[in-house]
Design a protein around this ligand. Structure first.
Ligand code: AR6
Length: 231
């Protein structure tokens, strides 16, 4: 039995003034932009304790693989603070690989208020979920379920009861949810990543062969899910 739901979010949200794009500084027209955009957190690298170097390699590899399938759509990796190690690793590795910054960028801010506080429209957001698809547990999962209100849990349970590591579930956000009304988020994609934290279920005990395989699968499932809902 896990103790999800009892744990504090380890990272505090920085002030709104710190919410700025790290890579491509867009002008005000960005907020009017209706380009399909998926904002996603780095799966497994906080509570699930996955190695940041390995995770950043996998993020860049998977972004590169999917970018051509996205047509006009964009991907944005989000984290809460400018001190985020995963954001700086991914940013520099993406630049080394010449990934188009119009298609993929990084952003500092809370994924639950990217439009209202960051001025960035993202119609789809990803969640680093737990296998029971339950609210709470801290991190981005607690933040998304709390910002969305109870209807997201109901909509989630209509589609899936549990999710295995490496898998994703695309959930349309109910029209009464503040995520939809205030932020313009139409879909949440729950993703369960590999877990290296012995205090959490399905711990891989530092088996990074298996862990990297599952993290690759998690990003493939996430990006496939996003591609499946593109207009
Ligand atoms: N906005 C943007 N990024 C965030 C936010 C936020 N509001 N909150 C956290 N992050 P984590 P995991 C970043 O721990 O490692 C939960 O208990 C964070 O800095 O949320 O996959 C679930 O129930 C990090 O970069 O997810 C699962 O049991 C990234 O999001 C477990 O944690 C992922 O951190 C999943 O652990």
């Amino acid at each position: 039995v896990s103790n999800e739901g009892e744990k504090e979010d380890p990272m505090a949200v920085e002030s709104v003034a710190d919410t700025v794009a790290l890579t491509n500084s867009k002008d005000d027209s960005a907020s009017l932009d209706t380009t399909d955009t998926l904002a996603f957190p780095s799966i497994s690298t906080a509570d699930f304790q996955f190695d940041h170097e390995k995770a950043s390699d996998i993020i860049v590899e998977k972004v590169e693989e999917y970018i051509s399938k996205l047509r006009n759509a964009r991907l944005v990796l989000v984290d809460l603070t400018h001190k985020s190690k995963i954001l700086s690793l991914v940013k520099s590795k993406a630049a080394q690989r010449n990934i188009n910054p119009e298609k993929f960028s990084t952003f500092v801010g809370d994924i639950t208020c990217l439009y209202s506080k960051g001025g960035m429209r993202c119609n789809v957001i990803a969640n680093a979920a737990n296998w029971r698809l339950k609210p709470g547990g801290g991190g981005v999962n607690a933040a998304i379920f709390s910002a969305a209100g109870p209807s997201l849990e109901v909509a989630t349970k209509e589609r899936a009861n549990t999710l295995a590591p490496g898998k994703a579930a695309v959930i349309p956000v109910p029209a009464d949810s503040p995520l939809f009304i205030r932020e313009g988020v139409t879909h949440v994609i729950h993703v369960v990543g590999p877990n290296m934290n012995p205090q959490r279920p399905n711990c891989l005990k530092n088996n990074y062969d298996e862990g990297c395989k599952i993290l690759r699968e998690a990003y493939s499932s996430l990006f496939e899910g996003f591609v499946s809902i593109l207009k």
